[in-house]
Write a protein that binds this ligand. Structure first.
Ligand SMILES: [Zn+2]
Length: 413
C-alpha cells in the first residue's frame, strides 16, 4: 500500500484531545506524526485522507480476552449461577460446534466487535480436542472480517472438562507449534485454561513452551471464590502462588481476572512484570467479584480489558463498567477517571498483550476508529468522557485496521 497522510480536525492521542492532528501511514503502520506540511514533504506521493468537523479519530480498542462463541449462550445462560451456567449452557453448546459453526459464529462476533471499534481481539479458544480445524476456522473468520487476532490457544486436560476440549500435553504442544508455523499473522500464544482446567504438569509444560517459542502465556486465575477454596484444599496455597510454584509467574504471564489476590500477590505480579486482563461486565454477569484495577495500576501492572463471555461484545461497555466498579468498590468517585478507563481499552491493553497498537504512535499499527460526534450524547466534550461514559457502537462511523477500512456503519458514506 502506498503511503497515506491522515489529517484530522480532532483526535484522542494518549487519551488527550488534539486538534489538527496529522500522521502518515505506510505498510500498515504509523510511519510518522508531524505537521501536515512536513508530512507532505516527506511523503510527496501520499494520498490525503481528511476528517473534518463532526468526527474524531480514536485509537482502535483492544479486546484482551474473549470467547466469541459464547454469543451462542445469550439468553440460554442468562441469570444462572456459575456452575449451572457452565454445565447447562457452556458445556452443552460449545463442545458440539463444528468448524463451520465456529467460522460462522466467530465471523458474526468479530463483525459486532469491529462495528464497536475493536481492532484487536484475543480469542482464548478451547475447542481443540479433535485437532486444529476449529482453531483454523477462527483464524479464517479473523482474516475475512479483518480484525487483528491474538489466538490464545487453550491447553486443557482436566478429566471434568468435555472431551472436545481435552488433549495430552504433547498433542497440545505439537498442534500449537503447527498453528504457529502456518499462521504467524494469528499471533498465537499458549493458554493453559486455569489451575482447575489444566493439570500442574500441563501448566508447567505450557510455561516451558512459552519460553521456548517466545510467546505469552494467558491463563484464567483467581476469578471466583470457589477457585481459591478448591486450590487451598488441594494444594494448600492460593491460585497465583500455585502458578508461581509451577514456574509461570514471569513477564510472559497474562493473568485473566486476578480478582481474588492479596496485597502480596499484587506485588508479585508487579515484580514479575506480568499483565492482567480485567473483564468487568462478565465479572458482574457471573457474580465473580471486583478486580482491584486501581491498586494494580498503582504498582505498575498493565491492565487491559476483555469482553470475555460477550454478554455484549462491546469494549465501550467494559470501559464504563471498569470505571464505575472502581468508584463503587473504593466508595470514591474520584478514584478512577474516564481517561484511565480509556487507556485500559487502548494503550495499556495493547501493552498487556504485547501488541504494537492501541495509540497513535510512530511504529504502531494504524488501527483506529472514526467517532461521529453527532452520534454521541451531548455534550461531546471532553471527548474522552463522552466516549467512556456515553458512547455506543452506533457512535462509531468507521473502523480501520492497518490503515485499511474494515467496517463502516450503514449511514456513513
Ligand atoms: Zn475467559
Amino acid at each position: 500500500m502506498s503511503a497515506v497522510i491522515v489529517r484530522a480536525a480532532l483526535a484522542l492521542v494518549d487519551a488527550k484531545e488534539r486538534t489538527g492532528f496529522c500522521f502518515a501511514i505506510q505498510d500498515e503502520r504509523v510511519a510518522a506524526i508531524a505537521p501536515f506540511e512536513e508530512l507532505r514533504k516527506r511523503f510527496p506521493n501520499a494520498a490525503v485522507r481528511e476528517y473534518g468537523a463532526g468526527v474524531a479519530l480514536v485509537p482502535g480498542f483492544i479486546n484482551g480476552h474473549s470467547h466469541a462463541y459464547q454469543i451462542l449462550l445469550r439468553g440460554i445462560g442468562d441469570d444462572l449461577p456459575f456452575a449451572r451456567w457452565r454445565d447447562e449452557a457452556l458445556y452443552k453448546i460449545i463442545p458440539e460446534l463444528s468448524p463451520e459453526d465456529v467460522h460462522r459464529t466467530f465471523a458474526t462476533a468479530f463483525r459486532e466487535m469491529l462495528a464497536g471499534g475493536v481492532t484487536t481481539v484475543t480469542e482464548f479458544f478451547y475447542l481443540n480436542g479433535s485437532g486444529n480445524a476449529h482453531a483454523e476456522a477462527v483464524i479464517q473468520a479473523a482474516r475475512e472480517t479483518g480484525i487483528r487476532l491474538v489466538l490464545a490457544r487453550c491447553w486443557m486436560d482436566a478429566p471434568s472438562a468435555p472431551a472436545q476440549f481435552r488433549e495430552s500435553i504433547d498433542t497440545a504442544a505439537d498442534r500449537t507449534r503447527e498453528l504457529m508455523a502456518r499462521f504467524p499473522e494469528a499471533n498465537i500464544c499458549v493458554a493453559p485454561h486455569s489451575v482447575h482446567g489444566a493439570s500442574h504438569e500441563m501448566i508447567r509444560a505450557a510455561g516451558e513452551f512459552a519460553r521456548e517459542t517466545n510467546c505469552r502465556l494467558h491463563i484464567h486465575v483467581a476469578e471466583a471464590a470457589y477457585e481459591g477454596e478448591q486450590t487451598a484444599a488441594q494444594s494448600g496455597t492460593t491460585p497465583l502462588r500455585l502458578l508461581e510454584s509451577l514456574g509461570v509467574l514471569d513477564e510472559r504471564l497474562v493473568a485473566i481476572h486476578a480478582i481474588y489476590i492479596d496485597a502480596d500477590e499484587k506485588k508479585m505480579l508487579a515484580n514479575a512484570q506480568a499483565s492482567v486482563i480485567h473483564n468487568p461486565v462478565t465479572n458482574q454477569y457471573l457474580g465473580d467479584g471486583i478486580c482491584d484495577v486501581a491498586g494494580l495500576l498503582a504498582l505498575g501492572v498493565p491492565v487491559g480489558l476483555g469482553t470475555d463471555a460477550n454478554v455484549n461484545a462491546s469494549i465501550m461497555d467494559e470501559m464504563r463498567a471498569a470505571a464505575l466498579l472502581q468508584k463503587l468498590s473504593r466508595r470514591n468517585a474520584g478514584s478512577f477517571d474516564a481517561a484511565r478507563a480509556f487507556r485500559l481499552a487502548t494503550s495499556v491493553g495493547a501493552q498487556a498483550l504485547g501488541v504494537e497498537a492501541g495509540d497513535f504512535r510512530a511504529g504502531a499499527y494504524a488501527d483506529y476508529t472514526v467517532v461521529d460526534l453527532d452520534r454521541l450524547t451531548a455534550p461531546a466534550s471532553p471527548l474522552v468522557n463522552a466516549v467512556v461514559y456515553r458512547a455506543q457502537s452506533a457512535s462509531i462511523r468507521e473502523t480501520f485496521i492497518g490503515g485499511v477500512l474494515k467496517a463502516a456503519s450503514e449511514s456513513s458514506s
